[in-house]
Design a protein around this ligand. Structure first.
Ligand code: MSP
Length: 511
């Protein structure tokens, strides 16, 4: 992540049921990063989409008495609309049933064939339809006569069929070498360590085609086989850049991907199989895989099969989209699993959004409206307390780009919230309302500094709470061009004379 072009992806959703908060979490996380980079004036290409092939989707379609394509058209729309409701700023939405994707997958297959990494044999082993994953016998547990993956808890079935294989075993040392050369390829480090020890433990060749069902992309020149859905799905990251045309602007500018945000359940596919496929096909692997933990409900992974789903649409309707975005990014520790609840969501909305940042905006904007006719000017008489606040803000913002570059969103938000807290405290200590008659110049200065702080905080929080902060920008008369992070490099944000507009309550307190 060193240049000015950032290609950021979310995992493409399985359109096999209703979206839940776990899906929303991966997407919001990636969106925050994309928005931050855009605000930092980088070129960003951010994609999401739907993963529509494979047995899981074929079975869901059958259950719904639809053919798979009709079924995917219907459910893909649900996820497309979810993205809008979550205020995702994606530049494209890719569906794996599109022709452009088909072309990319076929090309990748042909390259792997040409490099000698594919051979035909027979697969005998366990398969989980729900995970679309093959498992070794030592990864299976038997409970009451049924077999499950130890890792995900999903039901597995025994499969014996002709299959093409990818020579993954030959890539063990090259992968270990790659992880060494690119030490931050997988973050957080705990996940990196998991992957490295998995690969050190030895890799088996990977089955990459199926013959017992037909819903997928056909293996070139062999209609009996469909390409394994993960080889198909991962390639979406290339097809969105118009691969195989490697000379087109999009591909040239944005490959290799800067960041794939994923949940820990799909780490092996992204951190082991994906770089191996790419290295074998002589395509540069991505720069970073960030793997977050699971959102738990009643201490279990939230999922359809567990029946413990929180519906993001209902939550957005009741509390608002900024509220849920903020809560998930601030309260859920990104490396580990976390339980969420409506109670803690409400506490978070009240303490951080309503009482802290919301209150700061409200008190300053209404004071300026009621006492200064919506206009304040600064002078150069900086007091010790003014300087203290400004210095503390510089210290708190110093590391923010770096926190974002490492996807340390929790730390990032904590620092920004602290700035808001300190600004509220500054106003309490300075009591500008007492200066209305005695020292109007000083009062103006305090208000100017406060508005400036609000502007900075709003820009820093914009990737997380875009709707509310856009209202603050309007109230501060900040134009699109002004929304950037140059104040982190000591550039001036607000003019010496600031004219503001009224600002209604940003966040309602929840009783
Ligand atoms: N289709 C695959 C991804 C293919 S990417 C080439 C897939 N889809 S999914 O719909 O099942 O999941 C989408 C994202 O949501 C994944 O990052 C997954 O980890 C995340 N989550 C699904 N349930 C989750 C939780 N309960 N908690 C947090 N995220 C989890 O996987």
């Amino acid at each position: 992540m060193t240049d000015d072009n950032f290609y950021i992806t979310t995992p493409i959703y399985y359109p096999s049921g209703s979206p839940h908060i776990g899906h929303a979490y991966s997407s919001i996380f990636a969106d925050v990063f994309a928005r931050f980079k855009r605000n930092d004036k980088k070129n960003v290409f951010f994609i999401t989409g739907t993963d529509e092939h494979g047995l899981k989707i074929q079975k869901s379609a059958e259950k719904n008495n639809l053919n798979p394509k009709e079924y995917c058209d219907k459910i893909s729309k649900v996820f497309f609309n979810l993205n809008k409701k979550l205020s995702l700023s994606n530049d494209d939405f890719i569906r794996t049933t599109e022709t452009r994707h088909h072309l990319a997958v076929t090309e990748l297959w042909n390259r792997l064939l040409k490099s000698g990494d594919i051979y035909l044999s027979k697969y005998k082993g366990w398969y989980s339809v729900s995970d679309e994953a093959f498992y070794q016998s030592d990864e299976i547990i038997n409970k009451n006569g049924k077999n499950y993956s130890k890792f995900s808890g999903s039901l597995v079935e025994w499969v014996e069929e002709e299959s093409f294989f990818f020579k993954l075993s030959a890539w063990q040392n090259k992968l270990l070498d790659f992880y060494n050369k690119q030490p931050e390829f997988i973050l957080p480090y705990s996940r990196r360590n998991e992957v490295v020890s998995f690969v050190k433990g030895g890799l088996k060749d990977l089955s990459i085609s199926r013959t017992s069902f037909s819903w997928g992309i056909k293996v070139p020149d062999n209609d009996n086989h469909v390409i394994y859905v993960w080889l198909d799905a991962l390639t979406n990251y290339l097809s969105a850049l118009n691969y195989p045309d490697q000379n087109n602007q999009l591909f040239k500018k944005f490959w290799p991907a800067s960041l794939h945000v994923i949940g820990k359940d799909i780490l092996r596919f992204h951190a082991v199989y994906w770089p191996a496929f790419l290295l074998a096909a002589h395509i540069k692997p991505p720069e970073r895989i960030f793997s977050h933990g699971w959102i738990l409900s009643d201490d279990k992974k939230m999922s359809k099969s567990q029946g413990n789903i929180l519906d993001p649409i209902k939550i957005i309707k009741k509390y608002g989209v900024d509220q849920i975005r903020y809560y998930l990014m601030k309260e859920v520790s990104h490396g580990s699993d976390a339980s969420i609840s409506l109670n803690s969501l409400e506490t978070c909305i009240n303490s951080d959004l309503a009482n802290n940042f919301g209150n700061l905006c409200q008190r300053v904007f209404s004071f300026v409206k009621n006492n200064c006719n919506n206009e304040v000017s600064k002078n150069n008489n900086i007091s010790t307390n003014d300087k203290k606040l400004l210095d503390e803000t510089i210290i708190l913002t110093k590391n923010l780009r770096n926190e974002m570059d490492k996807q340390n969103l929790n730390n990032y938000i904590k620092s920004v919230v602290k700035i808001s807290f300190l600004t509220n405290k500054y106003i309490n200590d300075e009591e500008p309302w007492k200066l209305k008659i005695t020292n109007i110049e000083k009062m103006n200065n305090i208000l100017h500094i406060s508005l400036n702080q609000i502007g900075k905080i709003a820009i820093l929080l914009n990737p997380i709470i875009p709707l509310a902060t856009n209202r603050v920008f309007k109230a501060l008369n900040l134009k699109q061009d002004d929304i950037n992070l140059s104040f982190l490099d000591n550039k001036i944000l607000l003019d010496d004379k600031v004219k503001i507009n009224n600002l209604d309550i940003l966040f309602k307190k929840i009783d």
